[in-house]
Design a protein around this ligand. Structure first.
Ligand code: ACO
Length: 398
């Protein structure tokens, strides 16, 4: 709505738009979404083609630099990120300060925030070389931090990254490898994880990306901005949904509630229950990422075994929802997270790691959007207005 009130004195009319449903905060050349048609493209390339043919590293380059790299550019990008995977030894001490059962998301955001204390030579948003340094430092170190957070949570020693491996392979080894033992990477699992990271790599002005831009608009450095984005992603309405989906499926599997009774609860909005992994602010059609994920789930769950029952429950819920007027009227379809948790679980990740995995995927998008914002002459510090509804002036009792 358009509100015209006392604010008119200073700003003219103000749009009141809770949740920014109709407010564009940026002009962006990075990601295109057509929510009605279910289309997603990074820099013009359809997500399905990238998921089929590209790698997470190449997609990161594409998002950040605007075009696909030449073979030489990709090799350089690969080598520079591989050389920066190590964390400062003192940063490792950080991990011992958290309780053993700490959720890895706040550990991740704290450690990413702390990176700015180690790299004063890459904090200036207006120095292109410094921005380049913070870019490859983040791409290389965030997976290491996430793997350390995982090791901490299971009480195992952390593994130094092996720079012969790709980002995705290194991360798998960092989580599941054991010191002094050779970790055998299953190429099919590594490829599936790479594809999942590609699917999460950017999604225009979602909550965490808008947070990165808002924090960055005050000229805060890239580490600080992305740490804030990680915190935004932590919420169950955003990145936390993949974890919430599995909890929901397990509740049904455990017999606490039948799928039918659960759907009734959702439709009656009992205790605010929602069908997690369903619905999206922008997609009013099947999320194109969810299609790719469902295909992966089909292939991988059979190969890795286990979780078949949960997959069946998920498919049953989807089928019910797609045939139900409540969901049809509201245009609610599975989003990217409806099936991702099942795959992560089959790969061996505990539920706590699902949202950190989303963060690893979204990282190049946050970086690309932060850089676009910094280079856009139209950028201003983000500072929304409000409609004041409180008391008028009143006097402090004498
Ligand atoms: N289950 C049941 N009903 C739903 C769901 C759902 N998952 N999602 C939306 N609705 C209903 C709402 O109750 C509302 O109904 P009403 O008009 O009768 O009040 C209507 O659909 C519109 O929903 P809003 O909450 O207004 O839509 P919004 O765009 O604000 O929310 C969101 C989008 C947060 C994703 C929502 O669909 C949701 O909570 N989904 C479940 C959580 C989830 O999966 N989040 C992941 C998002 S994708 C991502 O981050 C990768």
């Amino acid at each position: 709505g358009l509100a015209i009130g006392p604010l008119l004195k200073t700003t003219g009319a103000v749009t009141y738009d809770p949740g920014f449903m109709n407010t564009a905060n940026a002009k962006s050349a990075i990601t295109y979404i057509d929510g009605d048609e279910g289309i997603l493209r990074y820099r013009g390339y359809p997500i399905e083609q990238l998921a089929e043919n590209s790698t997470f590293l190449e997609v990161s380059y594409l998002l950040i630099h605007g075009d696909l790299p030449t073979a030489e550019q990709l090799a350089d990008f690969d080598s520079v990120t591989r050389r920066h995977t190590l964390l400062h030894e003192e940063l490792k001490d950080f991990f011992s300060g958290f309780p053993r059962d700490a959720h890895p998301m706040p550990v991740l955001s704290s450690a990413v925030s702390a990176l700015s204390t180690y790299y004063p030579d890459s904090l200036d948003p207006f120095d292109a070389e410094q921005v380049e340094r913070s870019t490859y430092r983040l791409l290389a170190k965030v997976p290491t931090i996430a793997a350390y957070a995982y090791k901490k949570s299971v009480g195992q020693p952390m593994l130094y990254p092996d720079n012969n491996l790709s980002i995705t392979e290194n991360f798998l080894r960092g989580c599941f490898g054991v010191p002094a033992e050779q970790y055998e990477i299953d190429p099919e699992v590594a490829r599936a994880l790479d594809v999942l990271l590609i699917l999460h790599a950017d999604h225009e002005q979602n909550c965490s990306t808008s947070t990165v831009r808002l924090v960055g608009s005050s000229q805060a450095n890239m580490f600080a901005s992305i740490s804030a984005g990680i915190n935004a992603l932590y919420g169950p309405a955003h990145g936390g949904a993949n974890e919430a989906v599995l909890k929901m499926l397990r509740q049904i599997q455990g017999g606490d509630v039948t799928p039918e009774a659960f759907m009734e609860k959702v439709k009656n909005k009992e205790e605010g229950v929602r069908l997690m992994g369903f619905g999206h602010r922008v997609y009013k059609n099947y999320d194109p990422r969810a299609r790719v994920v469902k295909g992966l789930a089909d292939k991988l769950l059979t190969k890795l075994g286990g979780n078949d029952e949960l997959f069946e429950i998920a498919q049953r819920l989807e089928q019910k929802a797609l045939e139900d007027d409540y969901f049809i009227e509201r245009k609610l379809y599975p989003n990217v997270d409806f099936y991702t948790g099942l795959i992560y679980k089959a790969m061996g990740f505990p539920e706590k790691m699902f949202t950190p995995l989303f963060a690893l995927g979204r990282l190049p998008g946050w970086i690309a959007q932060w850089r676009e914002m910094v280079n856009d002459p139209a950028t201003k510090i983000g500072r929304p207005r409000q409609i004041y509804i409180g008391e008028g002036q009143r006097d402090y009792p004498a």
